[in-house]
Ligand binder design. Sequence first.
Ligand SMILES: *[C@@H]1O[C@H](CO)[C@@H](O)[C@H](O)[C@H]1NC(C)=O
Ligand SMILES: *[C@@H]1O[C@H](CO)[C@@H](O)[C@H](O)[C@H]1NC(C)=O
Ligand SMILES: *[C@@H]1O[C@H](CO)[C@@H](O)[C@H](O)[C@H]1NC(C)=O
Ligand SMILES: *[C@@H]1O[C@H](CO)[C@@H](O)[C@H](O)[C@H]1NC(C)=O
Ligand SMILES: *[C@@H]1O[C@H](CO)[C@@H](O)[C@H](O)[C@H]1NC(C)=O
Ligand SMILES: *[C@@H]1O[C@H](CO)[C@@H](O)[C@H](O)[C@H]1NC(C)=O
Length: 759
Amino acid sequence: MHPVLSCWCVVATVTLVFAAWQENIRPKMYVQLGAEDVFRFTGNETYTDYFRLMLRDGNYLLVGGRNLVHNLSLTDLTEQQRLTWYSTDSDVKMCLVKGTPEENCQNYIRILVKTDANTLLVCATNAFKPMCREYTVHAGNYTSRREKAGQAMCPYDPQHNSTFVYVDGELYTGTVADFAGMDPIIYREPLQTEQYDSKSLNAPNFVSSMAQGDFVYFFFRETAVEYINCGKTVYSRVARVCKLDRGGPHRYRNRWTSFLKSRLNCSVTGDFPFYFNEIQSTTELISGQYGSKSAQLIYGTFTTPVNSISGSAVCAFSLQDITDTFKGNFKEQSAINSNWLPVQSTKVPDPRPGQCVNDSRSLPDLTLNFIHTHSLMDDLVPSFFGQPIVIRTSFHYRFTQIAVDPQVKTPGGKTYDVLFIGTDNGKVIKAVNAESADTHLKVSPVVIEEIQAFPPTVPVRGIKVVRASQAGDGLEDGRLVVIADSQVQALRLHRCYSDRILSCGECVALQDPYCAWDRFEGKCRALVGPAVTDVNRFLQSVATGLHVSCAPSKTLSKDASNVGAISSNQNKFESMIPIKENPGGEIINIMQDEEQDSSGPEVSAADSPPPQYSVETLVMAVVAGALAALLVGFVAGYLCGRKCRKDEDDNLPYPDTEYEYFEQRQNVNTRLATEPKLLPQEEVTYAEPVLVPQPPKLHSPKGTMRKPPPTPTETLFQFPDGYTFRPRDNFGTLRSHQGDAYRRNDGFATTRSVKKVYL
Ligand SMILES: *[C@@H]1O[C@H](CO)[C@@H](O)[C@H](O)[C@H]1NC(C)=O
Ligand SMILES: *[C@@H]1O[C@H](CO)[C@@H](O)[C@H](O)[C@H]1NC(C)=O
Ligand SMILES: *[C@@H]1O[C@H](CO)[C@@H](O)[C@H](O)[C@H]1NC(C)=O
Ligand SMILES: *[C@@H]1O[C@H](CO)[C@@H](O)[C@H](O)[C@H]1NC(C)=O
Ligand SMILES: *[C@@H]1O[C@H](CO)[C@@H](O)[C@H](O)[C@H]1NC(C)=O
Ligand SMILES: *[C@@H]1O[C@H](CO)[C@@H](O)[C@H](O)[C@H]1NC(C)=O
């Protein structure tokens, strides 16, 4: 091919692929929190607490960490009560003997449930010997009532990414059931997923779970069994089990008969879709109206793999789409190394496997055997808006946690889901999909604020929107609770009051569903109270950022040259009206300041065109621009073509991040080292120590400390004391052919049967 031609081809391909790419949207406000604008709780000053859990109880927030649970008041984050639970000295000693770092031989609270009005169920890692306790809540203190082993409910390793949900008096967990973290499990006493079966769970990192209708859903990422190219890849999944499941007969006695899973598709369309494969967190299920369609949605953050160029996205999935995949085709691999293909519906037994049935014990063997080997569905769950809502490409950070304030009402009655996205560099990004009230087929992301909540080295580990539970509880304005390893913060949901926003145009241009221009008071204010839907008093337009009754905001677009870090005059967190005599509250840099996100490609097309241009000017500018671009493109192409003549492949004309993305997809197989892959259906079966080459775990926001690789001494360690676990059922596992000599009553195995294929 002629070099000039080939260069143009590259240009054409790149343009095609990135036609669907969203640019990094610049926030309208950068916010540096001042001391006045935030409540903080710092926990233990000498040790890192590794705060994780949050449980809201009326006006109180329970935060679990290291050796204790804090009961904090939601109004100002002051500690009200504290539950302390230290591991016994002998448990800690035992943990240390096994070579675990001291940091991990503490009692990390990982499950916290209010089971009734004054009872708390608390499970904790207890120095690698998980335990659960029931506490009675008194005003002032907590009393432990009962204690039981926490295996398969709480992980051993505090860094393990586990999840739980408590519903109808039952605890459902997604975690690991062994010391070495090799035995993933979805568990509800006494039912579990198949042990050591890469087809049911393959080195999963659980991110969340929820109960809905007859089912309990689990969200996680895991090594994909269906990816049969070289190397390995991780996919995001949603799995579900039926609440009525009672296990099957005989060898399926303690197995789920309803466990199914599907892949979540969070990707950018194109000739080659680009996938954000690794789910990091989800919101709870919310119900909303999106154009003419009402739906129940779950929002999630997704990232690219940790060893690739970092990209993050937020995708939404509707419950309907999720359940539809479970009604679709199953997926199977008919022979080793053959492709995974859909199972023809004629081959699916009746009753259809994976449904919720009244008595799962009477299910026929055909159905049970089928579901046991076919838990994966063929269809992917499509993302609700057809594409990610927010995308960030950056070398500096990834998204971690997400929370949503669902269906915030705006004047005129339209409702918007406000997203709060935590990052691993201490930021909280507040965004909305400005089209969401009008259609579910389009996405128009608006990043309203970027808040530096923690120092840039501190990842956000948890985020939660708190709304008033009853009138007069002091939370009418809402709170955003953000947690990091050693700090909890309560922020405002909005900064409409900023003294940088002085005109109607500026207020409307924010596109913040919480803020509107109050004509009566002549200022930008938060929408609280019943009058908010009054369109004559409150001016706002989340969809466009422009309002006919306001002069378009000049300041916002002129600000490009303005390095104005300003201080708002915020005195009290609760007060809605700015008090003018206390500067130093916070710094707000409004839109297009110098202090930009120093990340990723930023192309100005993403910003809405400055409203002061007339249509004619715009058209002329566009035409002139297009002509100029053509000319420049041709010259560049021609020069490039001449240069390409020698080494065509090395001189690609777009050395920017996005290009690397494009390239990354081509190279993904060669870049990931080929590792021995554990496949479930191969020739060799033999027993070997539990120390199996485990794929290196990837980063996720919940992990904090590095886990040492289990040493043989550690995994072969026998517990001398009367470790009285109910032994896990061993029926129908691979190990059962080997006889139970390999299994100890304490739930730890020294050997396991492994089938391997050598590629
Ligand atoms: C901090 O933790 C250490 C060790 O767990 C404990 O001895 C100390 O009392 C804690 N300090 C506070 C203020 O809780
Ligand atoms: C939290 O503390 C408050 C105030 O002492 C108390 O009323 C409430 O019951 C506590 N909640 C829990 C779940 O411990
Ligand atoms: C905790 O409260 C219970 C019931 O009021 C009381 O019997 C107990 O003594 C209290 N314990 C402490 C340490 O205050
Ligand atoms: C995932 O979704 C994208 C965009 O909607 C689509 O182009 C792609 O084909 C889907 N992937 C699969 C494997 O279905
Ligand atoms: C299952 O049980 C419920 C209530 O016990 C009953 O209404 C329903 O008809 C039963 N379904 C089947 C398929 O037996
Ligand atoms: C848990 O998830 C975090 C963030 O995705 C990750 O860094 C960490 O390695 C995960 N933990 C384990 C034990 O895999």
